[in-house]
Design a protein. Structure first.
Lengths: 326, 307
C-alpha cells in the first residue's frame, strides 16, 4: 500500500523526516509518534502535497512526486483539526466533498447517504454542523474521507478530543473501515495503547526516525491490563477487597490498585490472560452480588515503548503499565 | 402480527433492520476539471446564498434587486414618455451604482474565501484531485461571474426596455455591447481585488470592512482630489491634466477611464474630462495588470496555506 525509501524532509531549521524506509501492507496501520515526530509531514508527502527533500515514496504503487493527483483521487484524508463549516448540514457538506473527489452528482448524493449511515449519523445529518457534538463532528470528518470509496484513508488523530466512550466507538469504526469496507487505513496517534487494540501493524517514529515497525501481536505478547471498579454492599462493606480475595482464591493475581489516581483504592488492576479472564471477573462480581462500575483496558502510553528500549530500571514510573513487563 | 405466531421469536427478530452493508463504488471518477467546475458552481450559487441558509440569501438578493429596480424605473419612464433615448447610458449605469457593487463585493468575497480559511476547509480541497491553481481559478471565476450577473442584469433590463420602447435598434445594441464589455472588466477587477483582500484574513468581519474601505475610501479620495484639481484648474486657469492620472488610483474610476477612452462613454470625472486615448491605454494596462496581479497574489497565498 505504502512504501518509502530513505524518505527525508528537511526544513531550514528542522529535520522532520530522516531517511525513513518502511513498507506498509493492506490492513489497519498505526503511525505512532509524539507531537512533532513527523506524522503530519509524512501524510503531506504521501498525499503528494509536499515534495520530499530526499528519497522516494509510493502510495498504491504510484510515485508521490509525479502522480499526486491520481493518488489523491484514490485516497481519503481526515485532518486532525476542525475542518467543518458550521452553517451547512452534514449531508450538503459531504455531497460537496464527494463531488470535489470527482463523483457525479447523483452518485455523490447516494454515497453520502450511505457513508453517513455507516459512520453512525442519522436524522441529525440534515441539521447544520454548528450544533453537533465533538463526536458527531469527528464522524462527519470521517465520512468526508470515505465518501468517494477510497482504497486507503489517512486518519490524523481521529480520537482527539473524544471522551473514552467516543474513543472506543471511533476505534471500532476504524476497525470496521478495513474489515467491513475493505479500505486500508493509516491512522496516527500519540497513544500507543489505543492503536494496539485497533491496528494490525504499528509503526513508531520519533524525531523523524523509524523507531520500531512491527505487527501488533509483537506488542501485545505482553498481555493487557484490566482495571476493575466495584460497588460496596451491606454484605461486603469493602467490595474491592472482597473481589480481590475471591479472585485470589481462583488463582488470579490482582496486581495493585491504580496508583495515585483519585479513587485509586477502589480500582483493581489485573492481567487478562485471555477472554476467559473477563468472564471470570464477571462471574466473581456477580456471585458476590456487587455492582461492576467499570472494567476497562488500561491504556499504555507511547513513552513506554521508548522506556522499553532505553532502560529497564524505570519500573517505578511504569506502575501504570504493570502488565507490560510481566 | 406476531401475537398468533406459533413459534416464540425473540423480540429482535420482529423488527429486523436490513443492513445492506457497505457498497463499494465502481462508477466513474470525473477527476480534476469536473471537481473544479463543481467548486465553481458551488461558489457561484453561494455568492447569491443558494444552497446556504435563508439568512445568507437576504443581502445578495436584496442588492441584486436594488441594482435592477432603477433600471426598471428608467425603462418604465422611457416607455411612458416615449423618450427617444434612455435617461442613462449603458456604460454609465455601473458607475452610478458603484456603491451597491462595492457592498456586494465586500459581503460576498469574504464569504467565498474567508470561510474556507476560518473553518480550515482548505486542506480538504487540497487533499483531493484539484490543485492550488484550480481552487484559485474556480473562486475567482465564480465571484467574477456573480458580479457579472449583478451588473449585467440591469443592463439587460435597460436593453429589453429600450427595444420595447422602439428606440433605435443598432444604437441600443452597440451601447448594450459596450456596457457588457465594461462590466466584464469591472467584474474581473472587483472580484480580483475583493478576493485578494478577503483571502488575507480568516475573519469575515475584517474582510468585509477591508474591502469596503479599499473600494469606497479610494473612490472618495480620488473623487475629492479630482474635484480639487478641477476647481484649481478653473480658478487658476491652469490645465486639468492631472485629473485623469488621479483616476488611476481607484477601481471605479479606472473602469470609468477605460470606458470613456474606448467604449464611447461619457466620463463621470469632474468637468467630464476623460482620459485621452494615450492615457486610456495606460488605464487598460493598469486594469489588466491589476487583474493579473490579484490572480498571482491569490496563487501565492494559497500555495502557502496548503495542508
Amino acid at each position: 500500500m505504502i512504501a518509502t525509501e530513505s524518505l527525508s524532509k528537511r526544513f531550514p531549521r528542522v529535520t522532520a523526516l530522516d531517511r525513513l524506509t518502511m513498507d506498509i501492507g493492506p490492513g489497519v496501520t498505526g503511525l505512532v509518534g509524539a507531537n512533532g515526530a513527523g506524522k503530519s509531514t509524512m501524510i503531506k508527502i504521501l498525499l503528494g502535497l509536499s515534495p520530499a527533500t530526499e528519497g522516494r515514496a509510493e502510495v498504491l504503487g504510484l510515485d508521490v512526486a509525479t502522480k499526486g493527483g491520481a493518488i489523491r483521487e484514490r485516497v481519503g484524508y481526515m485532518p486532525e483539526h476542525d475542518c467543518l463549516p458550521p452553517d451547512v448540514s452534514a449531508t450538503e457538506f459531504v455531497v460537496h466533498m464527494a463531488r470535489m473527489s470527482g463523483l457525479p452528482p447523483a452518485a455523490a448524493r447516494e454515497r453520502t447517504a450511505d457513508t453517513l449511515r455507516h459512520v453512525g449519523l442519522y436524522e441529525e445529518r440534515y441539521r447544520p454542523i454548528g450544533g453537533y457534538s465533538t463526536g458527531m463532528k469527528q464522524r462527519v470528518k470521517l465520512a468526508q474521507a470515505l465518501v468517494h470509496d477510497p482504497q486507503l484513508v489517512f486518519l490524523d488523530e481521529p480520537t482527539n478530543g473524544l471522551d473514552p466512550v467516543g474513543r472506543d466507538e471511533m476505534l471500532g469504526l476504524i476497525r470496521r473501515i478495513y474489515t467491513d469496507f475493505g479500505i486500508s487505513v493509516l491512522v496516527t496517534s500519540h497513544l500507543l495503547g489505543e492503536l494496539e487494540r485497533t491496528c494490525d501493524h504499528v509503526v513508531v517514529i520519533d524525531g523523524g526516525k523509524l523507531l520500531r515497525s512491527s505487527s501488533t501481536t509483537d506488542f501485545t505478547q505482553t498481555t493487557t491490563t484490566l482495571a476493575i471498579e466495584v460497588t460496596d454492599t451491606d454484605d461486603h462493606p469493602d467490595g474491592t477487597r472482597a473481589v480481590r480475595d475471591a479472585l485470589h482464591a481462583r488463582g488470579v493475581d490482582v496486581l495493585d490498585s491504580g496508583g495515585g489516581l483519585p479513587g485509586a483504592g477502589h480500582i483493581l488492576l489485573l492481567t487478562a490472560q485471555s477472554d476467559d479472564t473477563y468472564d471470570l471477573v464477571r462471574d466473581v462480581v456477580a456471585d458476590l452480588g456487587l455492582g461492576l462500575v467499570r472494567m476497562e483496558q488500561r491504556r499504555h502510553h507511547i513513552s513506554e515503548v521508548f522506556t522499553d528500549e532505553k532502560s529497564e530500571d524505570t519500573e517505578a514510573q511504569r506502575k501504570e503499565a504493570v502488565g507490560h513487563g510481566s | 402480527m406476531a401475537v398468533e405466531h406459533p413459534v416464540a421469536t425473540p423480540p429482535g427478530d420482529q423488527t429486523r433492520i436490513h443492513n445492506i452493508g457497505y457498497r463499494t463504488y465502481d462508477g466513474p471518477r470525473l477527476g480534476r476539471s469536473y471537481a473544479t467546475r463543481s467548486l465553481y458552481s458551488q461558489s457561484l450559487r453561494g455568492a447569491y446564498g443558494l444552497g446556504r441558509s435563508v439568512k445568507s440569501k437576504v443581502l445578495p438578493m436584496l442588492l441584486f434587486v436594488v441594482m435592477c429596480v432603477p433600471a426598471a424605473i428608467m425603462v418604465a419612464v422611457a416607455v411612458a414618455t416615449k423618450a427617444n433615448d434612455l435617461p442613462v447610458d449603458y456604460t454609465r449605469y455601473a458607475i452610478i451604482m458603484q456603491a451597491v457593487i462595492s457592498l456586494y463585493v465586500a459581503s460576498q468575497a469574504p464569504q467565498s474565501v474567508s470561510r474556507d480559511l476560518r473553518f480550515k476547509t482548505v486542506p480538504l480541497y487540497f487533499s483531493r484531485p484539484i490543485e492550488t491553481a484550480d481552487y484559485v481559478r474556480a473562486k475567482f471565476a465564480a465571484l467574477a461571474s456573480a458580479l457579472f450577473i449583478l451588473t449585467a442584469a440591469p443592463l439587460l433590463v435597460l436593453y429589453v426596455g429600450a427595444l420595447l420602447a422602439k428606440l433605435d435598434f443598432a444604437d441600443q445594441t452597440k451601447g448594450f455591447a459596450q456596457g457588457l464589455v465594461s462590466v466584464t472588466l469591472l467584474s474581473l477587477l472587483f472580484a480580483g481585488i475583493g478576493l485578494v483582500i478577503a483571502s488575507v484574513t480568516p475573519r469575515r468581519g475584517f474582510g468585509i470592512a477591508a474591502v469596503i474601505a479599499v473600494m469606497t475610501i479610494s473612490y472618495g479620495a480620488v473623487s475629492t482630489l479630482q474635484a480639487i484639481a478641477d476647481a484649481q484648474a478653473i480658478d487658476g486657469g491652469g490645465s486639468s491634466g492631472a485629473i485623469p492620472w488621479i483616476g488611476l488610483f481607484s477601481p471605479v474610476t479606472l473602469i470609468d477611464g477605460v470606458q470613456s477612452a474606448f467604449l464611447g462613454a461619457t466620463s463621470a470625472f469632474p468637468g467630464g474630462v476623460g482620459p485621452s486615448n494615450g492615457e486610456g491605454a495606460v488605464y487598460v494596462l493598469v486594469v489588466l495588470g491589476l487583474i493579473a496581479a490579484s490572480y498571482g497574489l491569490l496563487m501565492r497565498r494559497y500555495r502557502k496555506v496548503g495542508l
